[in-house]
Design a protein around this ligand. Structure first.
Ligand code: CA
Length: 234
């Protein structure tokens, strides 16, 4: 059975091009042009992923995304017009899994969609393992994270990144490796998105995000995760 994707975009040429490309890639696609309709469809139909434009008639894309995220872990790729929206779009408040900035290539969007669906399948297949580092605990099967026994709310991308870092504590992962891990491709752009995710993660993992003890930047190289008790080993 094909995976089913909901495309929400009021600009007909874009909606048609995206729908066509996704069908060509083997997915079933429904297209809607309105935010309110999108929200009720997402609630009623068992979609595997949603491609969601930010600017919509009716309920705005950010509100649709926030509402869906509050109710389910449906993967969501946002179509945005400006990089300036990234912090919000990828942040916990809105909680999109990924984004492309208009104008985008349809091929790039399809590869993002494919990567997200593959990630989800991998996450399910990897179920069962629990990673612990310092006071941080990551339960892959249940997509649950806690710090010092207190539950943490992480987006899917944040969870996936921190799980990779925790798989080899202390090892420095380059932005390229992190990009590849997040998108299952060698797509070289979007190191900026990695930095956004890391900054969001720090706000959740660190007592003082400006002086991180767990999630450390190694200048010129990348990021690493350490236990956090042995403070300044950077
Ligand atoms: Ca639009």
């Amino acid at each position: 059975m094909n995976e089913r994707i909901l495309v929400v975009e009021d600009e007909t040429p874009i909606a048609e091009a995206v729908g066509y490309a996704l069908r060509e890639a083997g997915y079933d696609v429904d297209t809607l042009a309105d935010g309110d309709a999108a929200l009720s469809a997402a609630r009623q139909r068992p979609y595997d992923l949603m491609v969601l434009d930010l600017m919509l008639p009716g309920l705005p894309g950010l509100d649709v995304c926030r509402a869906v995220r509050a109710e389910s872990d449906l993967p969501i790729v946002m179509l945005t017009a400006r990089d300036g929206e990234l912090d919000r779009v990828l942040g916990l408040e809105v909680g999109a899994d990924d984004y492309v900035t208009k104008p985008f290539s349809v091929a790039e969007l399809v590869s993002r969609v494919r990567a997200l669906l593959r990630r989800r399948a991998l996450d399910r297949a990897n179920g069962g393992s629990v990673q612990r580092i310092g006071g941080l605990e990551l339960d892959v099967a249940h997509h649950a994270a806690s710090l010092g026994g207190k539950p943490l709310t992480l987006t899917r991308s944040e969870f996936r990144l921190v799980t990779l870092l925790a798989s080899e504590p202390g090892r420095v992962f380059t932005r390229e490796e992190l990009v590849r891990h997040l998108w299952d491709s060698d797509f070289s752009g979007d190191r900026r998105a990695i930095d956004v995710h890391m900054s969001n993660l720090r706000r959740k993992l660190e007592d003082d995000p400006r002086n991180p003890r767990r999630l450390q930047t190694v200048r010129g190289l990348g990021y690493r995760l350490v236990g956090g008790d042995s403070a300044t080993e950077a």
